[in-house]
Design a protein around this ligand. Structure first.
Ligand SMILES: C[S@@+](CC[C@H](N)C(=O)[O-])C[C@H]1O[C@@H](n2cnc3c(N)ncnc32)[C@H](O)[C@@H]1O
Length: 294
């Protein structure tokens, strides 16, 4: 993953298109109000995305020995999409752990010179920086849209709590539904402690075990035996995470969007939550509409 930004095909474009639509609506509304409004991208990447060919295309180009010849398809990544939104945000806070990717992000200052002074690039771990930002900014006069687009389980629940506590941030978040969580939830409930702790960090509780597993009686050669069984579907897991978001945010979109890969596996769930109690109803209405449209 480090060498190149290969992460997905159509679902990547799909996710970015939805977030873009929200950013467009957001700036239009915020521009009429007296708040400073920020764009915070905590897994910012490079500003562009190199899309993976579909598997069939990859095989075809390998057979024809065209693997090198065929150029990859590039699309603009989230940071660049945000920079193109008008009216512009007051600040673009781009957080990225990889220093190589941060150097790419630095180039955005040249590509968007009129916004260069508004771009802040932070080469650090996202959870740490988000918690600091949430604490330090005076949110009375400031609002933000935050996009959390990790590869997997990097977003901690206590980070989500810190974001919600500001009551000023609208959050778009990719929940690693199929890419990680569903795979870790073994059918027999036998999850090693280090995985269980990772799931605790993601959900902020161990209640998930009781939600996803049940003790059931099964007939055996020696009579009935009690076994633990996974009863949660992938949909139930998504619903549980939405329920968790509702415990901390003023509003949460009821129709998060599953993002499927070419084999029709739901890799991520694109979720939206609004932090400000006054702004939440309209934010949720807009986000739900964006999530609904195909
Ligand atoms: C899926 S990519 C983000 C793509 C980006 N949203 C875009 O549209 O171009 C995830 C990024 O998060 C970065 N990353 C992974 N773990 C991180 C962490 N703990 N803190 C900050 N960045 C992280 C990776 O280096 C990678 O660039």
């Amino acid at each position: 993953m480090e060498q190149n930004q290969y992460f997905g095909g159509d679902w990547t474009a799909e996710k970015l298109e939805r977030v873009k639509k929200y950013l467009q609506a957001y700036v239009r509304i915020m521009n009429k109000q007296n708040f400073r409004f920020l764009y915070i991208d905590a897994f910012a990447g490079t500003g562009y995305v190199e899309l993976k060919d579909k598997q069939e295309d990859q095989i075809a180009s390998l057979l024809l020995d065209l693997a090198e010849a065929e150029p990859q398809r590039f699309i603009q990544g989230s940071a660049q999409i945000a920079l193109q939104i008008e009216p512009s945000f007051h600040k673009y806070v781009l957080i990225e752990k990889s220093s190589r990717r941060c150097s790419e992000l630095e180039k955005l200052k040249n590509n968007y010179p009129h916004l260069a002074k508004r771009i802040v690039i932070i080469n650090r771990e996202a959870n740490e920086v988000i918690r600091e930002i949430c604490k330090r900014i005076n949110w009375r006069g400031t609002r933000a849209v935050m996009f959390l687009d990790p590869y997997g389980m990097q977003v901690r629940w206590d980070t989500i709590e810190a974001i919600a506590r500001t009551k000023a941030i609208d959050l778009w978040l990719l929940f690693p539904l199929g890419v990680a969580v569903n795979r870790m939830l073994k059918n027999d409930g036998n999850i090693n402690e280090s995985w269980a702790e990772k799931l605790d960090t993601l959900f902020g509780t161990r209640d998930w075990y009781g939600e996803f597993y049940e003790l059931t009686d099964k007939p055996s050669l020696f009579g009935n035996i009690s076994i633990i069984e996974k009863v949660a579907t992938i949909q139930d897991i998504g619903n549980y995470f939405i329920k968790r978001l509702k415990t901390v945010f003023a509003g949460v979109a009821e129709n998060p969007l599953p993002l499927y890969n070419s084999k029709n596996n739901p890799l991520f769930l694109l979720c939206f939550a609004a932090g400000n109690p006054k702004g939440a109803p309209i934010a949720i209405r807009i986000a739900q509409d964006i999530l609904r449209k195909r």
